[in-house]
Design a protein around this ligand. Structure first.
Ligand SMILES: C[S@@+](CC[C@H](N)C(=O)[O-])C[C@H]1O[C@@H](n2cnc3c(N)ncnc32)[C@H](O)[C@@H]1O
Length: 188
C-alpha cells in the first residue's frame, strides 16, 4: 500500500505501484564488485530491495551510498538497511555526494529510477551526471518495463544510452517481475 500511496501522490517520480522482485534485484546486482577500494552508488532505492542485495554482495570496505529523492522512501530504505548511507536527494547531484566521499569517479551505478516516466530533459540531465561520474571501465545498470518499450520516452532513453555509453546490452526478461522487466548493462 505504501508504493500505491506514493504513486498516487507523484506517479511520474515513483514510476511503480509495487517494489521490484527478488529476481530482478538479484540480476541487477549480479556484477557488484568485490574489491575493497570500489565505489558503488544506487539511485532511487524505494523500499531498499536492491540496497539489501548490494550490501550482501559488496566488500564491507568499499564505498557505497544511495540517493533517494523521496523522504518517505529514504526512511524506508534506512529502516530495512541500517548499514547503508542514504542521502535524500536527486541523482542529478551525484557528483556532489561523490566529492563528499573524496571520490571523483565510481565503479558501478545501480539505477532503480523510472526512466520511461521522466521527461526527456530530466533523462538527459541524469544520464549526463551519471556518465560524468563513472570511471572509464565503470558500469551502469538500469531496468526497464517491457510494456513501457511502446512509450516514446522509453525509446528516447534507449537512444540516450547509446549516445552516452560505448556498449549497451539488454538482459533476458524477468517474467516473474510485475510488470515483466529487463536490465540494461552499460559500459562507460
Ligand atoms: C520504480 S521505484 C523503484 C524503487 C526500487 N529500486 C525498486 O526497484 O523497487 C523508483 C524510485 O526512484 C526514486 N526517484 C525518482 N526520481 C529520482 C531522482 N531523480 N533521484 C533519486 N531517486 C529518484 C523514487 O522516489 C522511487 O523510490
Amino acid at each position: 500500500m505504501d508504493y500505491l500511496r506514493e504513486f498516487i501522490k507523484n506517479p511520474k517520480r515513483t514510476g511503480s505501484v509495487m517494489e521490484s522482485s527478488q529476481e530482478l534485484a538479484e540480476l541487477i546486482t549480479k556484477n557488484i564488485p568485490s574489491d575493497p577500494s570500489s565505489c558503488i552508488v544506487e539511485l532511487g532505492s524505494g523500499q531498499g530491495v536492491f540496497t539489501e542485495k548490494i550490501l550482501q554482495k559488496m566488500n564491507k570496505e568499499a564505498t557505497f551510498f544511495v540517493l533517494e529523492i523521496n523522504p518517505f522512501f529514504a526512511k524506508e530504505t534506512a529502516t530495512r538497511c541500517p548499514d547503508a548511507t542514504i542521502y535524500t536527494d536527486s541523482g542529478v547531484n551525484l557528483k556532489h555526494y561523490l566529492s563528499q566521499h573524496n571520490i571523483t569517479h565510481c565503479d558501478t551505478i545501480i539505477s532503480g529510477l523510472p526512466w520511461a516516466s521522466f521527461k526527456k530533459n530530466l533523462q538527459k540531465e541524469l544520464l549526463t551526471e551519471i556518465r560524468g561520474s563513472m570511471k572509464k571501465e565503470g558500469e551502469f545498470y538500469a531496468f526497464a518495463y517491457l510494456h513501457g518499450m511502446l512509450l516514446p520516452s522509453a525509446a528516447h532513453f534507449r537512444k540516450l544510452l547509446d549516445t552516452h555509453f560505448s556498449n549497451v546490452k539488454k538482459s533476458k526478461v524477468i517474467w516473474k517481475n510485475i510488470p515483466p522487466t529487463f536490465v540494461y548493462k552499460c559500459r562507460a
